[in-house]
Ligand binder design. Structure first.
Ligand code: NAP
Length: 481
């Protein structure tokens, strides 16, 4: 097997009712590092999508009736299988998404952790029991699985975005229809296979792949057998979907776009800030909703920060992720790469001077890191989620100015703060309009923590104690005393 191909046993067909089903039409999955085809996968029809909904609905009763201990143990087995086969998962991620090997291993490990975390959460959902203040009844609060969950995931974390939804849904007793992004379906199909081997009964998890995500999703969301939507992707598509779920008053969890500010305050340790910035910016080549998108750096350290950051970026080796020595892989497609190029050109037209660092391969969807100094707050690079290795630096003269600029956006997923000490960092963090704040570190994501945004970055939380509640509904029992 060439290192650029997928193993022959990699699932490529639709996964419905526990069976791998073929379809009349097919889609090409492209390796963005070589621009060659990796596989032909099923292109589901509307009828097949609704067949998947039917399978999930048929499996619901029996799955919801299993004990939480049984569900927990199945999820734990999924964690074990995925951990044993972590390199297989990372390899698929690299080949279809383009990211560097260390990022892919990091993602696969993070993804497996959702199975472990929710295997532990499955048995720990607490209800409530208390006398009513009026003394006339007992108030009992219980939780029930929502039902069939429709899940839509993006291409940037093909494994983790799937397990972050599947694990809590299965723990809660829900069944699922998962639709991965058209660019990165192979990892999701592989995860379905892992779950089947872990003992998930037929129909509990179904995966459909399609070239028509809009119409297929409309059909699924109109089906009365579907009880909830869990979406991760852009704010633009999230809003389109919310308009549809409103028609059925369907609970909707939304993990949407970001525009993360990275603050380096007066007195911060600059070398530590650069090390954190390398993680916050360069993980996944900058294609992360949590990627630091705009840097607000105090005037007293901006020169040192910029110089050190450039030195660190110069040390990155750019090339196909399958070569484990490379640190920065390809973007997911030439289209995504070209969007970054367009934003850099728009910035240049506004007077900014992007500097390319290092050489990117000519073939493939590669782009070198770019540093852009003296960026004006409110310009293109601070308003748009760039989703690539671009570092726009805005000089600020005070913490108040940095906070004001950081919050001047419709997004509110995550912020990063480097401060002189943790006390100052926590104080400033409480002024940030974002669902997550990383203080003196470049990474916040953790399956045990509530992931999610404020403002147009989303609704609801994934992971942590909150994650399972996205798939449970509250029932209150009033019991006569
Ligand atoms: P996207 O264009 O919104 O696509 C996300 C998913 O939605 C894909 O599966 C896509 O399918 C599907 N989709 C597209 N149009 C649809 C429609 N009309 N109806 C139903 N589904 C539709 O986003 P993306 O470019 O893949 O991902 C990047 C975005 O995701 C960024 O904004 C990023 O910040 C955000 N993101 C957020 C989080 C978070 O946790 N907050 C995590 C990761 C990414 P097709 O591929 O078939 O078009």
């Amino acid at each position: 097997m060439s290192i650029e191909t997928i193993p022959a046993q990699t699932p490529t067909r639709l996964f419905i009712g526990g069976t791998w089903l073929d379809s009349a039409a097919h889609l090409d999955v492209i390796n963005p590092a070589t621009l060659t085809s990796l596989a032909h996968i099923g292109d589901a029809t509307e009828e097949q999508a609704l067949h998947a909904v039917g399978a999930a609905h048929d499996a619901l009763g029996a799955w919801g009736d299993t004990s939480t201990r049984q569900r927990s143990e199945i999820l734990r087995r999924a964690f074990n299988i995925m951990t044993d086969e972590i390199e297989d998962c990372a390899r698929l991620i690299v080949l279809e998404n383009g990211k560097a090997w260390p990022d892919a291993i990091g993602e696969a490990t993070y993804a497996a952790e959702f199975f472990r975390w929710f295997s532990e959460e499955a048995v720990r959902v607490e209800g409530g029991f208390r006398p009513a203040p009026a003394g006339d009844k007992m108030i009992i609060t219980t939780y029930q699985p929502m039902g069939v969950a429709y899940m839509i995931t993006p291409w940037n974390f093909p494994a983790a975005m799937a397990t972050r939804k599947l694990a809590p849904a299965l723990a809660a007793g829900c069944t699922a229809v998962l639709k991965p992004a058209a660019e990165t379906p192979l990892t999701a199909l592989w995860i379905a296979d892992v779950l089947q081997r872990a003992g998930v009964p037929d129909g509990v998890v179904n995966v459909i792949t399609t070239s028509a995500s809009g119409p297929i999703s409309t059909a699924i969301l109109s089906d009365p057998r579907v009880a909830t939507l869990s979406f991760t992707g852009s704010t633009y598509v999230g809003k389109l979907l919310l308009a549809q779920t409103a028609q059925r008053v369907l609970p909707s969890s939304m993990e949407l776009g970001g525009n993360a500010p990275f603050l380096v305050l007066e007195g911060a340790n600059v070398e530590q800030a650069v090390a954190g910035a390398m993680v916050a910016k360069m993980r996944n080549g900058g294609a992360a909703c949590t990627a630091a998108n705009r840097f607000y750096v105090h005037e007293s350290v901006v020169a040192q920060f910029t110089a050190s950051f450039e030195t660190a970026l110069r040390g990155l080796k750019i090339g196909p992720g399958i070569d484990r020595a490379n640190h920065l892989g390809a973007m997911v497609s030439e289209t995504e790469r070209d969007k970054i190029v367009d934003l850099l050109q728009a910035a240049a037209q506004e007077g900014a001077q992007p500097r390319a660092i290092g050489e990117a391969p000519e073939i493939g969807a590669f782009i070198s890191p770019h540093v852009v100094s003296d960026v004006v707050h409110g310009s293109t690079l601070t308003r748009n989620e760039v989703f690539g290795p671009v570092v726009p630096i805005v000089t600020v003269s005070s913490t108040d100015e940095a906070v004001l600029m950081a919050n001047d956006t419709d997004y509110g997923l995550i912020s990063y703060i480097y401060a002189a000490d943790k006390g100052v960092g926590i104080e400033v963090a409480q002024r940030m309009e974002s669902g997550m704040v990383a203080i003196n570190r470049g990474l916040a994501s953790d399956p045990a923590a509530p992931f999610g945004g404020m403002k147009e970055s989303g609704l609801g939380r994934e992971g942590g104690f909150a994650g399972i509640h996205e798939f449970l509904q509250t029932q209150y029992l009033a019991v006569e005393l």
